[in-house]
Design a protein around this ligand. Structure first.
Ligand code: DGT
Ligand code: CA
Ligand code: CA
Ligand code: ZN
Length: 580
């Protein structure tokens, strides 16, 4: 376990002890231990390995032992038992902003409640504000905390629902009374996470289609059922809306419910400026009171027709985020978006040499099946001890192995030798420069000391970008979608440094990362940043993550000439040699 994780556990222990009403002396020991580690200037790993943890100010012998156990074994029985002794509901209370151990204990002692639902009721009934030390404000704050928590918990990774969505669309299309069917909403825009799913169908006979939809296997609850709209909730927590309209209205409903809201607002403004009113029902004269669409609507069958009517080129759903797409479409200047068939290979992949599940040969065979020309390897470096990272000697052996593989001519796929080299706390790299420069390329990533200040982290990453052997920056924020915020870092400054040093930034295409975020890419590529879609695959199956990366490249307005993976093998070699 690394330092940041250990600090997190020490803080958890302090809170759990508070919740159990333990004496404050004990609690403070863990709090000050966590602070001592946060303040630590020296290398944490070295200190643990040299057995010097107990010599740090604020850390006693007993605590030092616990830290060592966490570091070496990755878990601590004392912590596991403590956590198990607390009702799970109370641990959920702690996730609500403003509720610490003491307050949760107070609520539990006074009201005996142990679930979020009961806590919500207690806030609404006035029981919370009647407690000592609480008031109307705190009850309100708890309620909004519960609401936020629910909102966060209700989203799903785009990647995890795609098969589910395809099945529903296929099922709808197979219904005899369905003329057209499509998914809409954030799923269609390929947003990294989706709230609910939105389906649009054209039919004159909605009844039987609504019946089918509300009886799909896995439907747990029907929250609405009507002629034009039904909503269901599935056992897996996903909610879905189905809207059924006439064939003539379909394209307008599809456009409206694809969104985004910001895009729709801008489209409506544009319509008004041209004398029309645009809605999910069609196009109307601006001043007409009647709900009869203008005649031209008859000729609008596709979204391309709809955009054309308003003087715009077709705007793909991925671009409909209200980020200037309408004014660019007006000038026919939208980017030509990447297709997954254009990808010729990917670079950031792990094998059994570090923490991957498959060997180099197995990974290459999968690349052949995908029709790729090359595959890059980037196993972990030695600081990533838990991932069995490679030291200099093992890197040199791997380079030989890859050279032998390429010379054997056993595959149409060229293997590139790389490493995912840890960026150490001070921004230096984990491996000797003389070894790094013998690799085809180097992906540099942060895997430790996540709790640094924004300034420190930014400087640390920029220092790595400036180091001569670094080719790419890996997952620049370290975020895990719906699970963990990224570390604090100034991404615009990192982008500047990458452009200045001709360092590529990856789209880490692991569906839980999708890091760097698409919201940064449009501007960054316009300023000259080069991108690589890197699946960070730890198995042959995960090579398919590159498709999630393509989604993000499309959302980021990235064209083929800014994407390394669209080059053929010679072009890749040239980039690694000359960075152009
Ligand atoms: P989600 O479900 O949170 O991932 O995001 P969306 O974009 O799927 O949002 P959702 O399901 O609430 O609505 C689908 C689309 O319908 C949305 O992208 C735009 C359109 N829409 C919904 N409500 C409004 C609204 O109040 N104004 C406008 N202009 N459009 C709306
Ligand atoms: Ca939605
Ligand atoms: Ca919806
Ligand atoms: Zn990594």
């Amino acid at each position: 376990m690394d330092k940041a994780q250990i600090i997190g556990i020490l803080k958890d222990i302090a809170v759990f002890l508070e919740l159990k009403g333990e004496n404050s002396f004990k609690i403070r020991a863990y709090q000050s231990g966590a602070r001592a580690l946060e303040r630590l200037e020296e290398n944490f790993d070295t200190i643990v390995q040299e057995g010097k943890i107990a010599s740090l100010q604020g850390i006693g012998q007993a605590l030092a032992l616990k830290i060592e156990t966490l570091y070496h074994e990755g878990h601590l029985p004392f912590y596991d038992n403590l956590k198990a002794s607390i009702a799970p509901g109370l641990i959920e209370f702690l996730e609500i902003p403003g509720l610490g151990g003491k307050k949760v204990k107070h609520i539990h002692d006074a009201l005996g409640i142990e679930t979020i639902e009961a806590l919500k009721v207690a806030c609404e009934s006035g029981a919370i504000e009647a407690l000592d030390g609480f008031g109307a404000k705190s009850a309100e704050k708890i309620l909004s905390g519960i609401a936020n928590r629910e909102a966060y918990g209700k989203r799903h990774l785009w990647w995890s629902v795609q098969g589910f969505v395809q099945d529903i669309v296929k099922g709808l299309e197979a219904q005899p009374l369905v003329k057209r069917a499509s998914v809409a909403g954030s799923f269609r825009r390929r947003l990294e996470t989706v709230g609910d799913l939105d389906f649009i169908v054209a039919s004159d006979t909605p009844g039987p289609i609504m019946d089918w939809f509300t009886q799909i296997e896995g439907v747990k609850e029907i929250t609405a059922k009507g002629e034009t709209k039904s909503s269901v909730r599935f056992e897996n927590g996903i909610q879905a809306d189905l809207r059924i309209v006439s064939e003539q209205v379909f394209v307008f409903a599809l456009h409206h419910f694809t969104g985004s809201k910001d895009h729709n607002v801008m489209m409506r403004q544009r319509a008004l400026s041209m004398g029309y009113r645009l809605s999910e029902w069609g196009i109307f004269d601006k001043d007409s009171e009647e709900n009869i669409p203008i005649d031209a609507v008859k000729d609008i069958e596709t979204e391309a027709d709809l955009f054309k009517f308003f003087g715009l080129e077709m705007i793909e759903p991925e671009l409909r985020e209200g980020l200037g797409e309408i004014s660019v479409a007006e000038n026919d200047a939208l980017p030509k978006l990447i297709e997954k068939q254009e990808i010729r290979g990917v670079f950031h992949n792990h094998t059994t040499l570090s923490d991957g599940m498959n060997t180099l040969d197995e990974m290459v065979q999968q690349a052949e099946l995908l029709g790729w020309s090359y595959l890059g390897f980037a196993d972990h470096s030695k600081s990533s001890v838990q991932a069995n990272g490679l030291n200099e000697e093992r890197v040199l052996r791997m380079i030989e192995q890859i050279e032998a593989f390429n010379q054997s001519g056993s595959s149409s796929v060229t293997a590139f030798s790389g490493i995912e080299c840890d960026i150490l706390k001070d921004g230096t790299l984990d491996l000797e420069e003389s070894v790094l420069e013998r690799l085809d390329y180097v992906v540099a990533s942060v895997h430790s000391s996540f709790s640094q200040s924004e300034e420190e982290m930014t400087q640390r990453v920029i220092r790595a970008i400036e180091s001569p052997s670094v080719t790419m920056l890996g997952h620049p924020t370290g975020r895990l979608l719906l699970r963990r915020e990224g570390y604090r870092i100034n991404i615009p400054k990192v982008i500047d440094a990458a452009i200045a040093n001709r360092v590529i930034i990856e789209i880490n295409a692991n569906p839980q990362r999708l890091d760097m975020d698409w919201r940064f890419w449009k501007q960054a590529v316009q300023r000259g940043l080069m991108c690589s879609i890197n699946p960070d695959a730890h198995s042959i199956k995960n090579l398919s993550y590159y498709e999630a990366g393509v989604n993000i490249a499309r959302k980021g307005w990235i064209e083929a000439d800014r994407l390394l993976n669209t080059r053929e093998t010679d072009g890749i070699k040239r980039w690694f040699r000359e960075r152009c």
